[in-house]
Ligand binder design. Sequence first.
Ligand code: MRU
Length: 352
Amino acid sequence: MSLVPVQSIRWVGDMDGHLELLDQTKLPLDVTLLPIRSVDQLFEAIVSLRVRGAPAIGIAAAYGAVISAQKARRLPVADAIKQITNDCETLATSRPTAVNLFWALDRMRAVLKRNPNVASADEIVRALLREALVIHDEDRRMCHTIGEYGADLLDGVTGVLTHCNTGGLATSEYGTALSAIFTAQDRGHTLQVYADETRPLLQGARLTAWELQQRHIPCTLICDSMAAQVMREGRVQAVIVGADRITARGDTANKIGTYGVAILAKHHGIPFYVAAPTSTFDLTIVEGSEIPIEQRKSEEITNAFGRQTAPTGIDVYNPAFDVTPAELITAIVTERGIIAPVTEDHVRQMVK
Ligand code: MRU
């Protein structure tokens, strides 16, 4: 297999440019680049997980505000601002759980507020593009720093288990939990990674296994239900996952199945690490029960990937995320440092 650099999001060109997404629904078989030129197209891409992963949807939405501004270019400034604000509100309804989406859109709206007296809509496009590029670049840097801290935690570990996909596809470049593994590799410390396949949409099988293969990192794919056995056999000495929203007390929403893995890790005395940039924290809420959990279509379970695998008409429950309570988390790795033990005081000190 040839090496394909993972860049899931790219702004092509300048003020007249467009967004380009690596269509994650086509992986691992096809690397397809998807030009995005309208807010509707971007909305569809986020909902259908062509772009996915908490930081990545935040970055993509930031560029969505730029696309909106391009379309509003011929309007009087006040009307343009109104239209962009409406489009930001629409994008905010695409997925409810990952707070990075709202964080990024808030930053884009703050640009509009800071520039109420601009002379032309062109200036708005310029200011929004500048902010989107900054958000993108900040994420790149945060991910690399998370990798450094995370790799320190993995010192001495030979086998590590991860759930869902947290690499370059889910972020700007290096990822969060996978960044720790990539950084360890850069330091000459090769880990054996056990990747949960991540039912029902197989982000682990389709995306994590693919990313690890791209980097020649040993990866063993397992069904989610095999994690307990892998732990009992002593194959992993650490678990590291990403996050979609972390509350002030450290309760962490991540891909459905993460909570179960955390309980298993506790039972087997294995440290359970969460890696996430500070853009993933939501200090306005304390309890994990306050995090909105996205409910997705039943067909993802009954008819995923082109074949019906359950009886017609069966009742289905399909929450896309669950919440791991802080008590089960050994440490949270951020770009500002490591939060451990995970308490409200420590979270607030680190994130502010
Ligand atoms: O539904 P998805 O694929 O967007 O869910 C993604 C996850 O749960 C990731 O673990 C999380 O966003 C962290 S990405 C660095």
